[in-house]
Ligand binder design. Structure first.
Ligand SMILES: [Zn+2]
Length: 534
């Protein structure tokens, strides 16, 4: 017998494999798990070159996969000022004046995480910024990442002087005279303005990416799904991989916009898979966000918004979904409002299952009762981000809740309903919208409140996932969501040797402690990708 590369023994192994839920030892060779069982089962695999880890007190799970994050976006904004938590206009104004004061007159002011409650009520955002940043170019991401604000100088540098047609509902917001207010509404408009913001240097991007992925490995992540087309992504992944600095697997799902259907289909069809990363789906937006008034709702929100899809005509969306299925790929569709989710499920039902992978609904924040069981029936995976609930306050005084009004605002993120109906929920962070730490997200899925906010009441407690369900969200259901359930998501012979090794037991510890569980090690493709200093 050829010796194993790695043997872990004396551990508690939560295999997530119903045929053998727990084990004590496993052996790994050539990137695959070759034995699972007890010390006797792995002994024959130990040879002179085998690294043997005596893991007493450690807990092994399948490697954790974040099903939704935007690494290149987070990297591009690494130098941005964080306005998260500032909930008043005065607070935001102070921050902007303070950071601008130390900058040269031509320097960009880039801010992220701006809360809706911190925006001036008159809607004259460019004028507000011109004053607070003293005429500098400025770009502010709102917390939903689907809206942004720019100062007059910023708009000028982006060449934005009035309305632009993007082929969907993305909009340069203008006043009665057709003059831009400074708000860029939805992705195509936001990205149009953001293109004017000077990016970090290529060296900085490479360095930040290496650090980011190493940090994620240190949090227990062994894989990520990236539903975006941030420019430079593939080059960065290739460069890191060649230097041996890519400690996780990546699945890309490039954006599909209405005016680029055939270009996107061509790009996806011709993209070449690498050992550690591949293009595995296409990402659509069928609506926007509840906070920004662009979620497509069954009934309008309290401001009268939420009545339209992101695509001008939903039939166009259905045709594009069909094109993607024709080339054998699944669709990941961003759908936050209940009406959007219904339409996505209808479209998926009409085209049928993809040849490879699974169709997914991204976010699914609001669901009609009738759609709950359709996830299981149609074999569609719900890709959800429990820490987005952190902005939803128990007293519902927050913007998301105010937009929806009662009783709707009490019925978001119905994770447990989907699972009870036999469906699967792949969990993720949507980083940089929320932090990527999977321990914090799993804790949030169980607690229905921020793990660190001990005194806070939960929101929608009946939708809490159990410990094992939250772990499934990062393992078996994440794998299922991309059609990898025969090779990943469980600790089983023949499966990928992607493992997370904890210093405590995520299935036995109280939910609050999940967030602080030490990660002793991650293994990706049979190699140690992260090892905690002890
Ligand atoms: Zn996202």
């Amino acid at each position: 017998m050829t010796a194993a590369d790695l043997v872990i023994r004396g551990a508690t192994v939560h295999t997530m494999d119903p045929s053998r839920p727990t084990a004590e030892a496993l052996a790994v060779r050539d990137g695959l798990i070759v034995a699972v069982g007890d010390a006797d089962d792995v002994r024959p695999h130990i040879g002179a070159r085998t690294e043997v880890i005596d893991a007493s007190g450690l807990v092994v799970t399948p490697g954790l996969v974040d099903s939704h994050q935007h690494p290149m976006h987070g990297i591009a904004d690494a130098g941005a000022i964080d306005a998260a938590g500032l909930t008043s206009v005065a607070g935001l104004e102070d921050l902007l004046r303070h950071v601008s004061a130390g900058l040269p007159p031509e320097a960009w002011v880039v801010v992220k995480g701006v809360e809706y409650s911190a925006l001036p009520a008159n809607g004259r955002f460019a004028a507000f910024l011109d004053d607070t940043v003293s005429g500098r170019p400025a770009f502010l991401w709102l917390m939903d990442s689907h809206n942004a604000l720019m100062s007059t100088k910023g708009l000028q540098l982006a060449g934005i002087t009035g309305p632009i047609s993007f082929g969907d509902r993305s909009e340069i917001m203008v006043d009665d005279q057709g003059v831009p207010t400074g708000q860029l509404h939805e992705m195509a408009a936001v990205m149009h303005g953001y293109a004017a913001v000077p990016p970090p240097s290529a060296d900085d991007i490479a360095r930040l990416a290496a650090t980011l992925f190493a940090d994620q490995a240190a949090c227990g992540i062994t894989g990520i799904h990236v539903p975006d087309s941030w420019s430079g992504t593939e080059a960065v992944l290739d460069a890191l991989d060649q230097q041996g600095h890519l400690p996780l697997r990546v699945l890309l799902a490039p954006w599909m916009f209405p005016n680029r259907v055939e270009d996107t289909v061509d790009a996806v069809r011709t993209s070449r898979a690498r050992p550690k990363w591949r293009t595995g789906a296409v990402k659509f937006f069928l609506d926007g966000t509840i906070d920004g008034g662009s979620a497509w709702l069954e009934h309008p929100d309290c401001a009268g918004d939420g009545t339209r899809p992101m695509w001008m005509d939903v039939r166009q969306y259905r045709d594009a979904v069909r094109r993607v299925v024709e080339i054998g790929l699944p669709c990941f569709t961003h759908a936050i409002g209940d009406r959007a989710v219904t339409e996505v499920l209808d479209a998926y039902q009409a085209v049928g299952r993809p040849k490879r992978g699974r169709h997914r609904v991204e976010h699914a924040e609001l669901l009609s009762d009738n759609d709950i069981s359709r996830f299981a029936e149609l074999d569609v995976v719900a890709s959800m981000q429990p820490t987005h609930m952190d902005w939803t306050l128990p007293d519902h005084s927050d913007n998301w809740s105010q937009r929806l009004g009662a009783p709707r605002c009490g019925h978001g993120w119905r994770c447990a309903d989907i699972v009870r109906a036999g469906g699967r929920v792949a969990l993720g962070s949507d980083w940089p919208v929320a932090h990527y730490d999977p321990r914090v997200v799993m804790a949030g899925a169980r607690l229905r409140r921020p793990a660190a906010d001990h005194g806070r009441e939960p929101v929608g407690e009946d939708q809490a996932l159990t410990a094992v369900q939250s772990l499934a969200g990062y393992t078996t259901w994440a794998a299922y969501g991309v059609g990898e359930e025969q090779v990943a998501g469980r600790v089983r012979e023949g499966f990928r040797a992607d493992l997370t090794v904890f210093g405590g037991d995520p299935l036995a510890c109280p939910a609050e402690e999940t967030a602080d569980l030490p990660v002793a090690m991650t293994v990706v493709d049979g190699r140690v990708a992260h090892r905690a200093q002890s």
